[in-house]
Design a protein around this ligand. Structure first.
Ligand SMILES: Nc1ncnc2c1ncn2[C@@H]1O[C@H](COP(=O)(O)OP(=O)(O)OP(=O)(O)O)[C@@H](O)[C@H]1O
Ligand SMILES: [Mg+2]
Length: 213
């Protein structure tokens, strides 16, 4: 059974000048449980739109998306999302940022501490947990954003150009960390990038979205 199944997705936007933009046209795809799929395509081909629909942040005009057998109708704890910019709360320390979702979900304190210790170590943030986001580099902030998603233990992780705002060397490090993470926890991953090399390096399968006509 596929973990994620998108069936004949159509999405239109109304642009500022009143014209209709057909952002997604008949998109059907399946991602197997534990599979790492990358979507690649030029700017404007609908990658982010598709990811947001799978995340439940945006609704499709036609078609549907399923996680296992459940139709996705809104955001859920089963699906974690990582964007290009980690958007951490500036007034919370790194640790408290990572803990945010668990606090909201009322995860018992002891379990929170255990999960925090695990992901802070895994994402190489040890020693920085009591710092504020402004005291960290862009790459470290992105690691904290990834830890904040992982700590909720989602079944699937959706990533939209998560490494494109960091320098080349940091990007290479983060890519390798993602590969290690993948070996440690076999999550279903949907990774959006415009970089074909990154897609081929990371993913089990690469799906090409063609440019809009
Ligand atoms: N809120 C919106 N209102 C109107 N048009 C939009 C909106 N969001 C996206 N679009 C349009 O829909 C199309 C697909 O956009 P989308 O952001 O999904 O592309 P993308 O593949 O993620 O591009 P990029 O690589 O630049 O991030 C584009 O033509 C874009 O201009
Ligand atoms: Mg995009």
């Amino acid at each position: 059974m596929p973990a994620i199944k998108a069936n004949k997705i159509e999405k239109y936007y109304q642009s500022a000048d009143g014209e209709m933009v057909h952002a997604l046209k008949d998109v059907t795809l399946e991602i197997k449980d534990g599979e790492f799929v990358a979507i690649v395509g030029p700017s404007g081909c609908g990658k982010s739109t598709f990811l947001e629909i799978v995340a439940g942040l945006l609704s499709a005009d036609q078609g549907e998306v399923f996680l296992d057998d459940k139709k996705i109708t809104g955001t859920s704890r089963e699906i974690g999302v990582v964007f290009q910019d980690a958007s951490l709360f500036p007034w919370r320390t790194i640790k408290r940022n990572i803990a945010f979702g668990m606090e909201t979900a009322k995860v018992p304190k002891e379990e929170q501490e255990e999960r925090l210790a695990h992901y802070i170590e895994m994402m190489n943030l040890k020693g920085f947990e009591h710092k504020f986001p402004s005291q960290l580099s862009g790459g470290m902030r992105q690691r904290a954003g990834i830890a904040r998603t992982l700590v909720m233990n989602p079944q699937a992780i959706l990533m939209d150009e998560p490494f494109s705002a960091v320098d080349h060397l940091t990007r290479c490090t983060l890519q390798d960390e993602l590969i290690k993470l993948r070996e440690a926890e076999k999550k279903t991953i949907l990774f959006v990038t415009h970089d074909i090399n990154e897609a081929v390096y990371l993913a089990d399968r690469v799906i090409l979205f063609s440019p809009r006509p």
